[in-house]
Structures are given as C-alpha cells and as structure tokens.
Design a protein around this ligand. Structure first.
Ligand code: ZN
Length: 298
C-alpha cells in the first residue's frame, strides 16, 4: 500500500493506492498552519490504513522552497516561504508518527514524475514540467529521476525582460519583485488586471503579455536542458488560447535555431498540457512511494 501527498499553498491532496494508477481513497485538506495540517494528514492515513492495510511508504510532493536532499539533516524542511507558519516546518517530522518512510520532493518534480509514469510524459527520457498558478515552478526529470543541484531548481524566479512602458506593473515577488513569478503568476495577473485570465476576452492584451513572459521560461528550459517535451500545467494555463500563444511566443524566441529537433517545429506536440489534469502531483507522489517501497524490498 502506498501513500501520496500533494501539498500546495491552498490545499493538500492525500491519497492511498496499491499503485500510482490505483487510488483507493483520497481526501483534500485545506492548507492551514503546519501543526494542524500534519495532524489532519496523519488522521487521513490512520483511517486509510485501518481500511486498506499498512502503508509501505509515503511520497510527498510539496511546495517549496524545501530541502529535498535525503542526506541532509534538514531533509523535508520547508525553507524561506511567505506562507504563514511554514518556514522551518518539516514533513518528515510532521508525519513522523506514521510507521513508514517519508520521501520528499517538490510539487513540480512530483507532477513531472506523475506525468512521466502515466501521462503526457510517457516515453520521454528528458521531461520538464512547469506549473503556473499561485507561484511558478519547474522541474526536469532524466529517465524518471528529478534533477537538482545543491538544492532544487528555482526557475520560476528567472528575470524575463520587463518593459515598464507596455507593462508598468512592478511585480509582486516578495524577494525579487519583477521576476517571472512576480510578473506572471496567477496573483500577479489579478493584481495587474483585477480579474483572472480565464475571465478575459480572447483578444485581451493580457494574453500576449503572459505568453511572452512564459515563453522566456520555456526557451530557457529548452536551451539549458534540451528536454524531449515540456508540460505546462497549473491553474493559469487553463485559460483558453494561452497554450497556443505560448507556443507562438516561444518559437519567436528560439528563432528557428533548433530547426529539425523536437523543439524546432510548431511546438504543438512539444509544449503540451498535463494529461492527468489535477492528478499529476498526487500520482507522482504515489510513484515516489512506490520507488521507495520497491527499494526497501531488495
Ligand atoms: Zn522571485
């Protein structure tokens, strides 16, 4: 039996399953202060274990920044975050009373893994996953393993060119102001325009602006990682027409430089939405637990 948790800024999705594609029970818990959230998450797994049997491992795909180095004494600790109470909270400790190992990775790495196993990333050796929602983040998998350096990547905080004349919005990242997340996250859009992208008419200038900013991330990921495919998910990407505009804007930035390669054409099969919808993260979290359980069995 596997446990999976996708922890976001507004909600925490918990699931148990016999495999990543066989979810037997799940529950959505609003993200509260860590002590309350950990207690509610543990209560879900207590109940699930009573019905479905002992859980072998729990995978956590969590919002960051977070320590994801299994060799670190702070493994599973949430780092600098504006989310109230969460800086310093530790997922391994928080779930410590559950009698199974806890594996922690970022939400985007988890979503990437879910899509690689069962969704739009199947068969792609190098896969990138980008989420554009409350924040912006990206992860890259190589043969199903998430890449990292001394910590996980922070690609949502790159600085795209910002023309103050066409976009006077100063940006809202508490650390960098007009980094990509500060300019193009869901809250940045509503701060700038007063409404969501999905509430705007198709010809609204917000679409071109948004696509232009996100194209800088797409091009940066392509030029630095050369993935076989990039999945763009998250609530903002659900706005009709944004994906098409993102492909067009990315093509302009790449300027046919990669002609003939996977990122060289119209990008229709290259920049794609997630196939698992909102289930990518929790599916990936279950896959993390599965890998750990399989490892423990040897
Ligand atoms: Zn930033």
């Amino acid at each position: 039996m596997l446990g999976g948790i996708e922890a976001g800024g507004t909600k925490i999705v918990c699931a148990v399953g016999s495999s990543p594609d066989q979810i037997l029970a799940s529950q959505v818990i609003p993200t509260a202060e860590p002590a309350i959230s950990f207690q509610q998450v543990c209560a879900f797994f207590d109940k699930a274990q009573a019905v479905h049997g002992k859980i072998d491992a729990i995978g956590v795909a969590a919002f960051g920044p977070i320590d994801i180095d299994p060799g670190s004494p702070a493994y599973g600790t949430v780092q600098r975050t504006p989310k109230p109470g969460w800086a310093g909270a530790n997922w391994v400790d928080g779930l410590g009373r559950l009698p199974c190992p806890v594996i922690v990775d970022t939400d985007v790495n988890g979503a990437a893994l879910g899509e690689w196993r069962l969704g739009a990333g199947r068969g792609h050796d190098t896969l990138a996953y980008v989420t554009v929602g409350t924040g912006i983040g990206a992860g890259v998998l190589k043969n199903g393993r998430s890449l990292s350096g001394a910590g996980h990547f922070e690609m949502g905080h790159i600085y795209p060119p910002h023309d103050y004349e066409s976009d006077p919005f100063p940006g809202r990242c508490p650390f960098h102001k007009d980094c990509l997340e500060g300019l193009a996250s869901g809250p940045a859009i509503t701060d700038r325009w007063g409404i969501d992208l999905s509430q705007m008419p198709v010809g609204h200038p917000a679409f071109a602006l948004q696509a232009g900013y996100l194209a800088h991330l797409a091009a940066t990921i392509i030029l630095t990682h050369m993935p076989d495919r990039i999945i763009f998910g998250g609530s903002v990407m659900k706005a009709p027409g944004l994906m098409e505009r993102l492909r067009a804007a990315t093509r302009i930035l790449l300027a046919d430089y990669l002609y003939g390669g996977p990122a060289g054409g119209d990008l229709v099969a290259y920049l794609v939405p997630p196939a698992l919808g909102d289930q990518s993260g929790v599916t990936g979290a279950l896959a993390m637990a599965e890998a750990r359980a399989a490892h423990a069995a040897h």
